[in-house]
Design a protein around this ligand. Structure first.
Ligand SMILES: Nc1ncnc2c1ncn2[C@@H]1O[C@H](COP(=O)(O)OP(=O)(O)O)[C@@H](O)[C@H]1O
Ligand SMILES: [Mg+2]
Length: 331
């Protein structure tokens, strides 16, 4: 599958690149909570990498970002960003990072350009330099023609790009983005992806969270799949999908017994890896997609099953998530 915003570059940072984020046994149990929001996370992110935390609502993504950015105090474990101990030295850590949270934190009383300019002044950057950096960032994020507009005139996607532009004003060692494209329309999402690709091309290290498997697949060098506060798998999107041992997903709907059809396909179809019932259809992961369609039709018809619908898709990170958890990654 190709994608207009798909990156051409090799999806891995330079070998030997420095480790910029290092978390070990990182955990958080909120006061009065019976279970841990984050339950012992180990990960390392290298210089120049776009690293994704992929998981459903409540998985612990925001809490993890909170701990890595010195906003949430861990109950256990350690976190280092750019060699700085985030827990022991949160003030220094905060100078090295930038966070774009899920809330719109733009100043509504200022114009688009002023949101950048005053941010520069706030960081102690001289007026002249703040002015030129604000201009350059508007250009880079395709917002120049909105410079004089109030931020209320921006679409959700443009506001999100402005927040990213503001976040990188002081050239942070790591940019954290918490669900940056949640709630954006497809066009806004694509424009943000392009902006992030531009940042990565400039060497910016990025950690983002998402519950969108397509986003993780297309954008991230490596992905940690997280659920119930634990990392279930961590690798490149390609390696995660290869690890499934299946390269296609067949979905078949029948007017007859689904259990019966599932059992029949499972024994008939060579390369059947996993079969489950979902939304009134049989879904089967298969290794070896050659002539899959006729093989499925022949098997079903020989078994006397009337087929209502049949589709074949490539394995995705969603398939990986399902095989790890038995559940859908709800969008
Ligand atoms: N401030 C908080 N106080 C208590 N519980 C919280 C707080 N923030 C998050 N949680 C709980 O911690 C778990 C993980 O939440 P969160 O990190 O926000 O997940 P995600 O960002 O993946 O949706 C959830 O069960 C959530 O209800
Ligand atoms: Mg969240």
């Amino acid at each position: 599958m190709t994608h207009p915003a798909g990156r051409e570059r090799v999806k891995s940072p330079a070998p030997g690149a420095a480790t910029v984020i290092r978390a070990a046994g990182l955990a958080k149990t909120y006061p009065k909570a019976s279970t841990a929001a984050v339950d012992g996370i180990d990960l390392q992110v290298r210089q120049g990498e776009l690293f994704g935390l992929l998981g459903p609502n409540g998985a612990g993504k925001t809490t993890t970002v909170g701990m890595l950015t010195a906003r949430v105090v861990p109950t256990a474990g350690s976190a280092y960003v750019g060699g700085t101990d985030v827990v022991a030295d949160p003030t220094l850590a905060k100078q090295l990072i930038a966070v774009v949270s899920q809330q719109n934190t733009l100043d509504r009383s200022l114009t688009v350009w002023e949101n950048l300019y005053f941010h520069g002044l706030l960081f102690g950057i001289p007026r002249r330099e703040s002015r030129s950096t604000a201009d350059a960032l508007l250009e880079q994020f395709h917002l120049s023609r909105w410079g004089k507009s109030p931020v209320s005139a921006l679409s959700g996607g443009m506001a999100q790009r402005l927040m990213v532009a503001r976040a990188i004003f002081h050239r942070p060692a790591v940019l954290f983005l918490d669900e940056p494209t949640a709630g954006l329309d497809p066009q806004g999402r694509l424009a943000l992806w392009e902006a992030l690709e531009g940042l990565i091309a400039d060497g910016q290290t990025i950690l983002l969270t998402t519950h969108n498997m397509d986003e993780a697949d297309h954008l991230c060098d490596r992905v940690a799949i997280i659920d119930h506060g634990r990392i279930l798998a961590l690798d490149t999107p390609a390696a995660l999908k290869q690890g499934l041992g299946a390269d296609a997903v067949v979905t078949v709907a029948t007017s007859g017994s689904q259990e019966g059809l599932a059992a029949r396909l499972n024994s008939d179809i060579e390369g059947a890896v996993r079969t489950r019932l979902v939304d009134g259809a049989v879904e089967m992961q298969v290794k070896g997609a050659e002539r899959l369609l006729p093989r499925v039709v022949t098997s079903a018809e020989a078994g006397g099953f009337e087929l209502l619908d049949l589709s074949i898709a490539e394995s995705t990170l969603e398939t990986v998530f399902i095989s790890l958890t038995g559940q859908e990654l709800r969008d």
